[in-house]
Design a protein around this ligand. Structure first.
Ligand code: ADP
Ligand code: ZN
Length: 762
């Protein structure tokens, strides 16, 4: 019997810290955030002071120059000494693992599903504030070693030193040098003398500097659930009490009381001593949301994007210690290190902000499914307009569907009517964005002391700048996109790269002085509304006016208090707001999203109109919705008029099937960008050919569109080409594409990425 198997007879757990032979060594696998990502094997030397386990970061030499680099330890194993000597780990960075074994496995899944290096995933899983230990500092704590304590009374020392030593020996806990100096009424001198004589031991510890003051919120009682809410809750509780994973898709119309169901389910989870994670779109991380949860639970952490690194680190530590019951945050909160997770909730699960736009390009919903399965806990997905991917998953039986078809307290859904802009355009007396019927409705709503929400999903003043004399169009010099005129500062701005110029009064090409500014943005809409309703307080809400931290909350607070009568803005105002006094919602142009070069254009339009319509009729006064459109007969708008998700899905799913698009297939998008158009295109063609050849060779059913210039053919000065690879066999598609991609040689002049399950096709 060889030595290794003999040992395994006697040892239940292999322990990499007991080395019993010169022929073996401890080997750590280390992955890196930056290329080369590894993982590479390193020897763990005996001389390393701290033990090393998976989930800790280490410093190791990398590359020819052996520069010291920080990497993530994936595992430590005992291995036979090979013929080639391994480089050695230089130091262990973290005193305790930052990543649990479960979190490492989740990261491995993300890495293999999203075709992204594991080191890069781990880098994204850990917040920057945690990696940098933000808001902490190192402090020395002094104590008296046991052997010194034993001879305390027989020591011959100068009086000051003896007093300091006795004070420390009597202290209930280790003290810092200044603390000891104060307690012993001496200077730091005697203390450092004692340390030199090794009569006092100093240990260095990292402690948290910040103490975030959390506001205290008054407790509120639970509401009495109605029948639909109760049956939804029962399904979740059943899964909780069986300790079984289950994914539940809660399709409930706007105002059906979904949040109340989440709250009660969380309540149940806390009774088992477990924690809950609630994901919401970033824009919903308002004090209103916090208030709703914090008034019901003892300890809630809200992870919004305005937190400092130190605050984020502070929350992370508390969560990891199990001190937080409910974590509420945007997509990255799915990585919250809750020690005993009991439930994951994703509100507005259709929202595109759950997908990360840079590597790792994960979708928090899919990560949540994996995490919930691995930790054997329920996952609740809620929406009035579920993503078709989720709807199909429910149809396949992967998600359990719960319907909540009515609003709470039997409130009716608002009446929705369209205003046909084609006829309005023909017999319009006044020019502008607001048609006569919409104008009249606003006037009436204000007269009856209601409030109004106006949606226009385009910011700026004018969205198109053209010279009628020579045809010049103001485009971004770095991107293939028109510049938008912003009145504020009289600038013309690129909404993609932020390039800015002074707004021209004359045509820069032919000097004609009648250059035309047209196309409607929120800034211009605001000017028009103010001109039409002069005494009425108006507020514009878009990413231009909401740049300062807290401005979003302040704006909503003013609207809630009734100081603002008309709130207008981009999709920001379509989400989650619950204001009972809103009696009119106007969609200024429902078609902005409809003609986007994206197969999800109809879905986005349906979601946006349905969601914004849901902001009215939440109080006793009722509410109505007017939708201005050039395509009132389009099924996405028709379905939104009737609040009919099922109708929408029935019309849209066959279209997707015809074109081979998700949710019937899985997609991988290759994006290639570079400074030279021809080189970039050539690389895109070569890469696409390799993918095609591999998929054909393996007989994997597939379809490839492209390569073609991206709809945004130039961005920040780079040319962009893309290909869309699709297959009904997602796992095979991803696996093959991943293998081919790993073998693609890097190219000095182009960069490329793969986007698995892309949402953004620009
Ligand atoms: P959704 O998340 O489905 O849009 P909400 O949970 O925001 O719906 O509920 C809409 C409104 O109805 C909220 O003001 C909420 O306080 C109230 N509400 C929810 N459930 C009940 C209930 N069972 N009884 C009375 N009011 C309720
Ligand atoms: Zn630009």
């Amino acid at each position: 019997m060889d030595k290794a198997s003999q040992r395994s007879l006697f040892e239940t757990e292999p322990d990499p810290w007991t080395l019993d032979s010169a022929s073996e060594q401890r080997v750590a696998e280390i992955a890196f955030a930056d290329p080369p990502h590894g993982p590479f094997s390193y020897k763990v030397p005996e001389t390393l002071r701290a033990p090393l386990v998976a989930g800790q970061r280490v410093q190791v030499p990398l590359g020819k120059g052996n520069r010291g680099v920080i990497g993530y330890c994936l595992r430590v194993e005992l291995k036979a000494v090979g013929s080639r000597p391994l480089k050695e780990v230089l130091a262990v960075v973290d005193p305790a693992p930052l990543l649990s074994p479960a979190m490492l496995r989740l990261a491995e899944w993300i890495s293999s599903y999203y075709l992204c290096p594991l080191g890069q995933v781990l880098h994204a899983v850990l917040p920057a504030g945690v990696r940098g230990q933000a808001g902490t500092r190192e402090m020395t704590f002094l104590s008296v070693p046991a052997n010194v304590l034993a001879q305390l009374n027989s020591l011959q020392l100068p009086l000051k030193q003896l007093e300091a030593l006795k004070t420390l020996a009597a202290a209930p806990r280790p003290l810092t040098p200044p603390e000891l100096a104060a307690a012993a009424k001496c200077t730091l001198g005697p203390i450092s003398e004692l340390r030199k004589k090794k009569l006092i031991k100093g240990t260095v510890q990292r402690i948290q500097n910040v103490d975030v003051v959390e506001s205290v919120i008054a407790r509120e009682e639970h509401l009495n659930l109605n029948k639909d809410q109760q049956s939804a809750l029962d399904v979740i509780i059943e899964s909780l009490s069986k300790r079984q994973h289950r994914a539940v898709l809660m399709h409930g119309v706007t105002g059906s009381g979904k949040t109340e169901v989440y709250i009660r389910a969380i309540d149940e989870v806390l009774r088992f001593g477990r924690q809950a994670i609630v994901l919401v779109p970033e824009i919903s991380l308002t004090p209103q949301t916090k208030q709703r949860f914090a008034s019901r639970f003892g300890s809630v952490a809200v992870l919004h994007s305005h937190l400092s690194d130190a605050e984020r680190h502070w929350h992370w530590q508390r969560i990891a210690k199990g001190e937080v019951q409910v974590v509420i945050g945007a997509r990255s909160a799915i990585f919250a290190p809750t020690p005993q997770l009991g439930l994951i909730v994703i509100d507005e699960e259709h929202d595109h902000s759950f997908k990360q736009g840079e590597s790792p390009r994960y979708h928090a919903r899919d990560v949540a499914v994996q995490r919930a399965k691995a930790e054997n806990v329920p996952l609740v997905l809620g929406s009035a307009t579920p993503a078709l991917e989720s709807w199909q998953a429910a149809a396949r039986g992967e998600f359990q569907l719960i319907e909540m078809p009515t609003r709470v307290s039997n409130r009716p859904l608002p009446d929705v009517a369209t205003i046909d802009l084609r006829t309005e355009f023909q017999d319009r007396r006044s020019r502008g964005a607001i048609s006569r019927p919409l104008h009249n409705a606003i006037e009436q709503a204000i007269a009856e002391d209601g409030q109004v929400i106006l949606l226009l999903n385009r910011r700026g003043y004018s969205t198109h700048i053209q010279c009628p004399s020579c045809g010049y169009v103001a485009n971004c010099p770095h991107c293939s996109i028109a510049l938008t005129h912003h009145r504020e500062g009289e600038r013309i701005v690129c909404h993609y790269c932020d390039h800015q110029e002074q707004a021209p009064a004359k045509c820069p090409d032919c000097r004609f002085d009648g250059i035309r500014y047209s196309g409607l943005g929120t800034e211009r809409l605001e000017a028009e509304v103010k001109a039409r309703f002069q005494q009425v307080p108006v507020l514009r809400m878009d990413s231009d006016t909401m740049q300062k931290p807290g401005s979003h909350e302040q704006a909503l607070a003013k609207f809630r208090a009734g100081e603002i009568k008309i709130l207008l803005g981009t999709q920001m105002i379509a989400k989650g707001l619950d204001f009972p006094n809103v009696t009119l919602v106007g969609v200024v142009n429902a078609d902005t999203a409809l003609h986007f070069p994206d197969f999800r254009a109809a879905e986005r339009t349906f979601q946006l109109v349905t969601q914004v319509a849901g902001r009215t009729g939440r109080g006793d006064k009722g509410g109505r919705v007017l939708v201005q459109t050039f395509s009132p007969e389009h099924f996405a708008i028709q379905a939104a008029l009737q609040h009919d998700y099922v109708l929408f899905a029935q019309k849209e799913l066959p279209v997707r099937l015809d074109h081979g698009y998700p949710p019937h297939t899985s997609l991988v998008r290759l994006i290639v960008r570079g400074d030279e158009e021809a080189i970039t295109e050539a690389f895109a063609e070569q890469a696409t050919e390799r993918f095609r050849a591999a998929l054909e060779q393996q007989k994997i059913p597939h379809r490839i569109l492209g390569p073609a210039p991206c709809p945004l053919a130039r961005l920040r000065g780079k040319y962009r080409f893309h290909s869309l690879l699709s297959s009904i066999d997602g796992p095979q598609l991803r696996q093959r594409v991943g293998l081919v991609a790993a073998a693609l040689e890097p190219h000095a002049e182009v960069q490329w990425v793969l986007d698995v399950d892309p949402l953004d096709l620009l």
